[in-house]
Design a protein. Structure first.
Length: 94
Protein backbone atom coordinates (compact mmCIF):
# COMPACT_ATOMS: atom_id res chain seq x y z
CA UNK A 1 0.00 0.00 0.00
CA UNK A 2 1.36 3.40 -0.95
CA UNK A 3 0.66 6.36 1.24
CA UNK A 4 1.59 9.98 0.85
CA UNK A 5 4.34 9.43 3.42
CA UNK A 6 6.14 6.77 1.42
CA UNK A 7 6.26 8.99 -1.64
CA UNK A 8 8.02 11.94 -0.06
CA UNK A 9 10.91 13.65 -1.75
CA UNK A 10 14.36 12.72 -0.53
CA UNK A 11 15.73 14.93 2.22
CA UNK A 12 18.32 17.46 1.19
CA UNK A 13 20.91 19.33 3.19
CA UNK A 14 19.69 22.82 4.08
CA UNK A 15 21.75 25.64 2.63
CA UNK A 16 24.79 26.62 4.62
CA UNK A 17 25.74 30.20 5.36
CA UNK A 18 29.26 31.16 6.31
CA UNK A 19 29.57 32.46 9.85
CA UNK A 20 31.12 35.74 8.67
CA UNK A 21 28.20 36.28 6.28
CA UNK A 22 25.71 35.58 9.06
CA UNK A 23 27.51 38.04 11.33
CA UNK A 24 27.69 40.77 8.70
CA UNK A 25 24.05 40.27 7.71
CA UNK A 26 23.18 41.17 11.31
CA UNK A 27 25.34 44.29 11.05
CA UNK A 28 27.79 43.02 13.66
CA UNK A 29 31.55 43.21 13.87
CA UNK A 30 33.63 40.46 15.44
CA UNK A 31 34.09 42.55 18.62
CA UNK A 32 30.30 43.08 18.72
CA UNK A 33 29.68 39.32 18.68
CA UNK A 34 32.28 38.73 21.37
CA UNK A 35 30.87 41.53 23.55
CA UNK A 36 27.39 40.01 23.31
CA UNK A 37 28.75 36.60 24.30
CA UNK A 38 30.53 38.11 27.28
CA UNK A 39 27.41 40.05 28.33
CA UNK A 40 25.18 36.97 28.03
CA UNK A 41 27.49 34.25 29.37
CA UNK A 42 30.43 35.90 31.08
CA UNK A 43 32.77 33.94 28.81
CA UNK A 44 35.45 35.85 26.92
CA UNK A 45 36.90 34.80 23.58
CA UNK A 46 39.47 36.60 21.45
CA UNK A 47 38.92 38.26 18.11
CA UNK A 48 41.64 35.96 16.79
CA UNK A 49 39.67 32.87 17.84
CA UNK A 50 36.53 34.11 16.09
CA UNK A 51 38.49 35.17 13.02
CA UNK A 52 40.20 31.76 12.78
CA UNK A 53 36.83 30.03 13.11
CA UNK A 54 35.23 32.21 10.42
CA UNK A 55 38.11 31.64 8.00
CA UNK A 56 38.28 27.90 8.61
CA UNK A 57 41.82 27.98 9.98
CA UNK A 58 40.69 26.56 13.33
CA UNK A 59 37.70 24.83 14.76
CA UNK A 60 35.66 25.95 17.71
CA UNK A 61 34.76 24.14 20.88
CA UNK A 62 31.17 23.03 21.30
CA UNK A 63 30.81 25.76 23.95
CA UNK A 64 32.16 28.47 21.62
CA UNK A 65 29.81 27.39 18.83
CA UNK A 66 26.88 27.32 21.27
CA UNK A 67 27.74 30.82 22.50
CA UNK A 68 27.93 32.14 18.93
CA UNK A 69 24.62 30.46 18.08
CA UNK A 70 23.05 32.19 21.07
CA UNK A 71 24.02 35.60 19.74
CA UNK A 72 22.02 34.91 16.58
CA UNK A 73 19.09 33.19 18.31
CA UNK A 74 19.99 29.81 16.85
CA UNK A 75 20.24 26.38 18.44
CA UNK A 76 23.80 25.17 18.94
CA UNK A 77 23.02 22.29 16.56
CA UNK A 78 22.42 24.83 13.78
CA UNK A 79 26.13 25.69 13.69
CA UNK A 80 28.62 23.15 12.46
CA UNK A 81 32.09 23.19 11.11
CA UNK A 82 33.97 21.09 8.59
CA UNK A 83 37.28 21.93 10.24
CA UNK A 84 39.52 18.92 10.66
CA UNK A 85 42.50 19.23 13.02
CA UNK A 86 45.91 19.00 11.36
CA UNK A 87 46.83 15.77 13.21
CA UNK A 88 43.76 14.02 11.81
CA UNK A 89 44.51 15.25 8.28
CA UNK A 90 48.12 14.11 8.58
CA UNK A 91 47.08 10.64 9.80
CA UNK A 92 44.68 10.22 6.87
CA UNK A 93 47.43 11.11 4.37
CA UNK A 94 49.88 8.60 5.83
Amino acid sequence: MTTKYTRQRPKVQPPAVALAVLRRSHGLTQPDVLARIKDETGRAYTVGALSALESGHRGGSDQFLADIAGVFGLDAADLWTTYEPRAARDEDAA
